[in-house]
Design a protein around this ligand. Structure first.
Ligand SMILES: Cc1cc2nc3c(=O)[nH]c(=O)nc-3n(C[C@H](O)[C@H](O)[C@H](O)COP(=O)(O)OP(=O)(O)OC[C@H]3O[C@@H](n4cnc5c(N)ncnc54)[C@H](O)[C@@H]3O)c2cc1C
Ligand code: FES
Ligand code: FES
Length: 502
């Protein structure tokens, strides 16, 4: 089961666990890290609650060598939806790993006990691991940082106040010998991780049903040779096809090990985000360029999901409710696609052809997404409407980018998710704005035109009427946020317009 291996083994998954190199072979590629831990390694401290990334009971921490090789980035992930081969070359840290030789508790565990943050204890290992990741990354986390770090952990009995309190106080304890932020970057840990990197030629991980190319050319060739392979990025959509829909997947090509795809480039030409960049790195880059995206970023899934899932996976998944899509389309994003040696660039809004239909040929893949430079003169906002603030699927999502010259709308891009089979621009509403004065009357006309643009579905999240009403209200909110006239007067006008005041 777990024996040290040579650096050239290309058939076995290798990772570091508790200071030792572990090698695993012979398991199906869709074996999750959670299944491996509980059924193979006998480490049952990590729990299974939902098996779909929603509850956090299965949270573990992954350590990954920085590109320069001088630091280890530790991030919480959901082990229930992470396929085991994708942790090849990484360090796996589970709740058992925190055990000290002299049985002293780690400060995170001590704080949980001292603040009465556990009752039945089922969720506790997951909370401990989410807080542990925060402990390694933030010397004294603020309450907001603690709350954000725990957005993906559910507890049905203790209540969150004591758990949050434990998170706010964990840095007040004496630093432990093992797993202090400094020790986590020790020479020994760095060397262990370096030992499992695949640098030797021919050492690419490739076994029956799974291949993880290490260069862009290798990836393109693998997909050209086997065009019906499934492209796997973070797996936060794909893994649920296995854990929830019990689907058998065909051969998998994993793109997470290609360094070129892990790049974020920012220049005068704009922003470029590679296909393997996790959402937890992509969102800060997007927010730095477009601060109006801060709330959207905060509300997109949970930290463990964002540490695995990618922005390009959100695009490629082609869901009508992918939360990043309205904003990306409104901002004029384009995607770079590659098929064999052929590269093409496509405006993102032309990628979605119909429900789950995309302009993507077999063997073709997204290399990255490109955004033009921010235009300070443009009004831009993005809104997500869901029943909960955190971790919820949106009923309607919208993003608007608008330019006004001399009080008249010069350009408008209104994009909605959750209103049609694909994320889509509202052509009739845009036409109602174009060339008109930027006024509440114009906005009311545009809101009315939305009924010509969309015939949304009624489902468990919202009715058709609710979606249409909410879409119009988002437009009105956008107007209130971006009107240069005195806000009090305008607010009163707008409330009357919405029928909320007389
Ligand atoms: C608990 C939970 C919460 C979530 N919350 C949100 C949310 O708030 N908002 C939201 O929009 N989504 C949410 N999601 C969905 C998911 O996390 C996102 O869609 C994510 O961006 C998918 O990225 P991934 O890398 O995990 O994709 P994967 O699961 O790896 O792939 C998804 C699809 O895209 C294809 N694909 C991936 N990358 C490429 C590529 N480069 N080229 C070609 N095809 C590719 C795959 O073949 C597959 O068809 C949530 C999911 C979970 C489990
Ligand atoms: S078991 Fe619920 S998130 Fe993994
Ligand atoms: S302590 Fe029981 S579920 Fe959290």
């Amino acid at each position: 089961m777990s024996t040290p291996v040579s650096a050239t083994d290309s058939q076995s998954v290798r990772f570091v666990l508790d200071g030792k190199v572990v090698t695993v072979s012979g398991l199906p590629p869709t074996t999750t890290v959670l299944e491996y831990l509980r059924k193979v390694a006998g480490r049952s401290g990590t729990k299974e609650g939902c098996a779909e990334g929603d509850c956090g009971a299965c949270t573990v921490v992954l350590g990954e060598l920085s590109q320069a090789g001088s630091r280890i980035h530790y991030r919480a992930v959901n082990s229930c939806i992470r396929f085991l081969p994708t942790i090849d070359g990484k360090e796996l840290v589970t709740v058992e790993s925190l055990e000290a030789p002299d049985d002293t508790l780690h400060p995170v565990q001590r704080a949980m006990i001292d603040h009465h943050a556990s009752q039945c204890g089922f969720c506790t290992p997951g909370f401990v691991m989410s807080l542990f990741a925060l402990y390694l990354n933030r010397s004294a986390a603020t309450r907001d940082e603690v709350v954000d770090a725990l957005a993906g952990n559910l507890c049905r009995c203790t209540g969150y106040r004591p758990i949050i309190e434990a998170g706010c106080r964990m840095s007040e304890y004496l630093e432990p010998e093992r797993w202090s932020p400094a020790e986590a970057q020790s020479k020994a840990r760095l060397e262990n991780l370096r030992a499992v990197q695949r640098v030797a030629p021919g050492s690419t991980l490739c076994f029956s049903g799974y291949c993880a190319p290490r260069t862009l050319d290798e990836l393109a060739a693998a997909l050209e040779t086997a065009p019906h392979s499934l492209v796997l990025a973070g797996g936060t959509d794909i893994a649920l096809w296995v854990t929830k829909h019990l689907r058998e997947l065909g051969p998998i090509v994993y793109l997470g090990d290609v360094p070129e795809l892990q790049q974020i480039r920012s220049s005068d030409a704009g922003l470029w985000i590679g296909a393997a960049v996790p959402l937890s790195r992509a969102w800060p880059a997007l927010v730095a360029a477009h601060p109006a995206l801060a709330e959207q970023a905060r509300r997109f899934a949970s930290p463990p999901i964002c540490n695995s899932g990618t922005l390009c996976g959100n695009i490629a998944n082609g869901s009508p409710i992918g939360d990043s899509l309205p904003a990306l389309i409104a901002l004029g994003a384009a995607i770079d696609l590659r098929h064999g040696a052929r590269l093409r660039r496509l405006p993102l809004e032309r990628f979605f052809l119909g429900y789950q239909k995309k302009d993507l040929q077999p063997g073709e893949f997204i290399v990255g997404v490109a955004l033009p430079p921010p235009r300070p003169e443009r009004y831009f906002s993005s809104y997500k409407l869901a029943k909960r603030f955190d971790q919820d699927v949106s009923a309607v999502c919208a993003a608007f980018a608008l330019e006004v010259a001399d009080g008249v709308v010069a350009d408008a891009r209104l994009v909605f998710g959750g209103m049609a089979a694909t994320p889509a621009r509202a052509a009739a509403a845009e036409a109602a704005l174009a060339g008109q004065p930027w006024s509440l009357a114009t906005v009311e006309n545009a809101a009315a035109a939305l009924a010509a643009d969309f015939a949304p579905l009624t489902d468990m999240r919202a009715s058709r009427e609710y979606r249409l009403q909410a879409a119009g209200n988002m437009l009105r909110r956008f107007y209130l946020q971006h009107t240069p006239a005195p806000p009090t007067l305008r607010t009163a006008d707008a409330l009357v317009g919405m029928g909320l005041a007389e």
